[in-house]
Design a protein around this ligand. Structure first.
Ligand SMILES: Nc1ncnc2c1ncn2[C@@H]1O[C@H](COP(=O)(O)OP(=O)(O)OP(=O)(O)O)[C@@H](O)[C@H]1O
Ligand SMILES: [Mg+2]
Length: 384
């Protein structure tokens, strides 16, 4: 079912936390809200869930205005960072709780007596719980208490509890942030698979751009209470609409170099003529280059030169931190360690002077207002 937020505004005291946010999520879509701490992601999700009231704007589910509807009547499932499982109940009982609250009378919910009074109903609920547990591959853990589970298993149990009600959508707020790095990466693929299997809308909040890039159909980059850009991950990565988005998405972060367009439409980077620009208007720029679009080159033919100040070898990738010869610009470039060892003596050791070339087709040009220059950087022709 389509979910749409329009003009959502929210202030706490005098601080405007959300400034008129619009977002429409299609049925079955996986959308991530990503942005730095404090930008308003959780507040937006809580408003969607009905846990917080907006000062202005509308929340619609399947075309129905639910802005004033109670959380319980929105049929959305919320999964938090802290799994909020009941510690004294088994996984099965935890998963059954939302179903009991929805389907049983107060009398039927009583311990001991309830199951005797409503044997059929309990059997049906158990079947539902078992179905969800099978989807999540936690059938064997149903009798355990949360304290007897690993972090990943606990997270799955919390997902299971959210799943049993067949919600219209899953709202997840940093559900993986309590897990260690390896498990987090593993759970990313599990969540993607779960999303495909359930074919239900997922709205996922994270401050981790890698999670957003790897899992979502579309990601919304939020900052200062507004969505700066919304689109598929590759579009956000390859055509960031502003310096802020470019900086936030990608790791290591995009390199930003000072540049300028002169009156003839020529682009210079760090004072060096570089290529033709997509605009003729004279203006200062910030030139963005992703670490993978820079390469070491023989100093004679390279556009820039610098000194190796730090090396981060991750096995498959090597990140070289260079200080350029102008003395105050630092860049990071990504290389293949094997190729690097082959091409450079000593593999660009610390302190050595190296040539740096930049692929002119892969530049991102941002005007002084921080916005991307409209025309595609791919049209740039290199000055011989
Ligand atoms: N109940 C509240 N009362 C006052 N201020 C609040 C309240 N809830 C949130 N805020 C403030 O609103 C801003 C946005 O908070 P929110 O929790 O939405 O951020 P977030 O993007 O989820 O950040 P994080 O990534 O750290 O979870 C923050 O500055 C926060 O301090
Ligand atoms: Mg938050």
């Amino acid at each position: 079912m389509q979910i749409s937020l329009s003009g959502i505004a929210k202030s706490f005291g005098t601080t405007a936390v959300l400034k008129g946010v619009d977002l429409t999520v299609a049925a079955g879509e996986f959308v991530t809200l990503v942005g730095p701490s404090g930008c308003g992601k959780s507040t937006l999700l809580r408003i969607l869930a009905g846990l917080e009231r907006p000062d202005g704007g509308r929340v619609e589910i399947d075309g129905r205005d639910v802005t004033a509807v109670r959380p319980a009547d929105r049929n959305l499932a919320m999964v938090f960072q802290s799994y909020a499982l009941y510690p004294h109940l088994s996984v099965e009982e935890n998963m059954m709780t939302p179903l009991k609250l929805r389907d049983l009378t107060r009398l039927q919910r009583l311990p001991l007596v309830g199951p005797l009074l409503a044997r059929q109903r309990y059997r049906a609920l158990r079947r539902q719980v078992r179905g969800a547990a099978e989807t999540l591959k936690i059938e064997d853990l149903l009798s355990r208490k949360p304290g007897q589970l690993s972090g990943g298993q606990r997270q799955r149990a919390a997902l299971g509890r959210a799943m049993v009600r067949n919600p219209v959508a899953f709202l997840m707020d940093e559900p993986l942030s309590n897990l260690d790095a390896a498990l987090r990466v593993h759970m990313r693929s599990e969540l993607s698979q779960l999303h495909r299997r359930l074919a239900t809308t997922f709205i996922y909040v994270t401050h981790d751009q890698a999670e957003a890039l790897t899992m979502s159909d579309r990601m919304a980059v939020m900052m200062h209470g507004a969505i700066l850009q919304l689109g598929p991950p590759d579009e956000i990565y390859n055509s960031p609409a502003s310096v802020e988005v470019a900086r936030f998405v990608g790791s290591p972060a995009i390199n930003l170099l000072p540049g300028e367009i002169d009156g003839q439409g020529r682009l210079s980077v760090l004072g060096r003529p570089f290529s033709w620009a997509p605009a003729a208007e004279r203006q200062p720029l910030l030139v963005g280059v992703r670490p993978e679009h820079m390469a070491l080159a023989p100093e004679g033919s390279a556009q820039f030169s610098g000194f190796v100040r730090h090396r981060e070898n991750l096995g498959a990738d090597l990140f070289l931190h260079l200080e350029l010869s102008d003395g105050n610009t630092k860049v990071i470039l990504r290389c293949d360690p094997a190729v690097l060892a082959e091409r450079t003596q000593g593999g660009a050791a610390l302190g050595t002077r190296v040539g740096l070339s930049i692929d002119p087709q892969c530049l991102h040009l941002f005007g002084s207002n921080g916005r991307r220059l409209t025309s595609a950087a791919r049209d740039l022709a290199r000055i011989a």
